[in-house]
Design a protein around this ligand. Structure first.
Ligand code: PLP
Length: 402
């Protein structure tokens, strides 16, 4: 009997936290400095300005020393009042958790969505939002909340279409969007899409460890925050935005994660944001080619909204997805995302975000294919061979240095 002992690097292929590049780990190892000193102010100004490019906004982006859940709460408590009606949309597990949070904050969320599991396989249906808002002639609904990249399913919704739906209904509700797992991997345009608050986090496309999160804030959202009545202290925007003008925070910020953010911004902008998006699209397409070659089904049922960040793989009837994941973990030292909520045990998720390239994807798919074979899942063919073929036929052009 050969005992398996992990050697080499662990493959962290969950859809966040994503692997943290060595360059970022090194940057975060610098000594922690005085968060009221001049050196810190320069760092603060750099990351506060740089992060706007990633959100595609010229408006303030608030950075919290918190996970994404904190930034969810910040978006709601800064803009809304107890008892406010909010229209939320069920795309999957994270949309469901956000709705629960809204209830806990004494808001009155209404959950739109397609029935049953169908809603977890397709993006936000903007026409449903438009119809509901048209019916709200008294403008009782104060905000529309949607998840851009639903991490539990691998579906990326069309936020521009949601904006058009709100405008077509001539409704004044705020548009609040969670792109915790979409930012810096999937195209996102805070200003152009007329989003009022965008929520994001550090541990996905930004390639950082968990621990900082963001609210990008429109003028309309700032205006709403002046009269909104939900209690807020730590999350309150106004004092933070005021102190951010000099590069500082009202409390002790997460200094070493901000070093990491500074490095992450450099890396993303060196590659070019549009190149980052194209890389993710190409790797995601290759991953889907593999799943299809295996003869397995992709969780996202609408090709128009396939996620460039992750792919959900549905197991054949009678196969426990978590047992397959466990096998892969134990034999190949690779972590894949579990099925969450309604799809627990039915599917697993392959993350292909942040620091990823052709070879990390191929290694990941090899681990999946070997694990599926070990689990006795009948495969139609080799996904690895199909993905390699796809990548060669769609080879990324080397950037010419002049
Ligand atoms: N929203 C989405 C879409 C997510 O993917 C996550 C985490 O994976 C969250 C919210 C919650 O963020 P966090 O776990 O950082 O609090």
């Amino acid at each position: 009997k050969l005992d398996f002992h992990p050697a080499g690097r662990h493959f962290l292929q969950i859809p966040g936290p994503s692997p943290v590049p060595d360059r970022i780990l090194r940057a975060m190892s610098y000594p922690t400095i005085d968060h009221r000193g001049p050196e810190f102010g320069a760092l603060g100004l750099k990351v506060l300005e740089g992060i706007k490019t990633i959100f595609k906004t010229t408006q303030p982006v608030v950075i919290y020393p918190a996970s994404g859940t904190g930034a969810w709460e910040a978006a709601l408590c800064n803009t809304l009042s107890p008892g406010d009606a909010v229209l939320m949309y069920e795309t999957g597990h994270f949309a469901t958790l956000w709705k629960k949070m809204a209830e806990n904050l004494w808001l009155k969320p209404e959950f739109l969505g397609l029935p049953g599991i169908e809603g977890w396989r397709r993006g936000v249906q903007a026409e449903m939002i438009e119809a509901r808002l048209k019916g709200d002639t008294a403008h009782a609904i104060k905000a529309v909340c949607v998840v851009h990249n639903e991490t539990s399913t691998g579906v990326t919704s069309d936020i521009a279409a949601v904006r058009r739906a709100i405008d077509a209904a001539r409704h004044p509700a705020l548009l609040i969007v969670d792109t915790i797992s979409g930012l810096a991997s999937a195209d996102y345009r805070h200003d152009e899409w007329g989003v009022d608050v965008t929520v994001s986090g550090s541990q996905k496309g930004l390639m950082l460890p968990p621990g900082i999160s963001f609210n990008a804030v429109s003028k309309k959202a700032l205006e709403a925050s002046r009269t909104a009545k939900l209690p807020r202290a730590f999350w309150g925007w106004s004092e933070i935005i005021e102190m951010n003008k000099q590069g500082y925070w009202p409390y002790t910020p997460n200094t070493n994660l901000l070093y990491g953010l500074s490095e992450s911004l450099d890396m993303i902008l060196e590659e070019g944001l549009e190149n980052v998006f194209a890389r993710h699209q190409r790797l995601a397409a290759a991953c889907r080619v593999a799943v299809t070659a295996w003869g397995l089904e992709i969780q996202c049922a609408d090709p128009a909204v396939y996620s460039p960040v992750l792919t959900g793989v549905i197991m054949p009837e009678g196969v426990d997805a978590d047992a397959v994941r466990k096998l892969i973990y134990e034999h190949f030292d690779m972590s894949l995302g579990t099925g969450l909520g309604k799809v627990k045990g039915r599917m697993f998720r392959i993350g292909h975000l942040g620091e990823c390239n052709d070879l990390t994807l191929m290694a990941t798919l090899s681990g999946c294919e070997m694990g599926l074979q070990l689990a006795g899942v009948k495969l139609a063919g080799s996904g690895v061979a199909a993905a390699m073929d796809y990548l060669v036929k769609h080879v990324a052009k080397p950037k010419l240095k002049v």
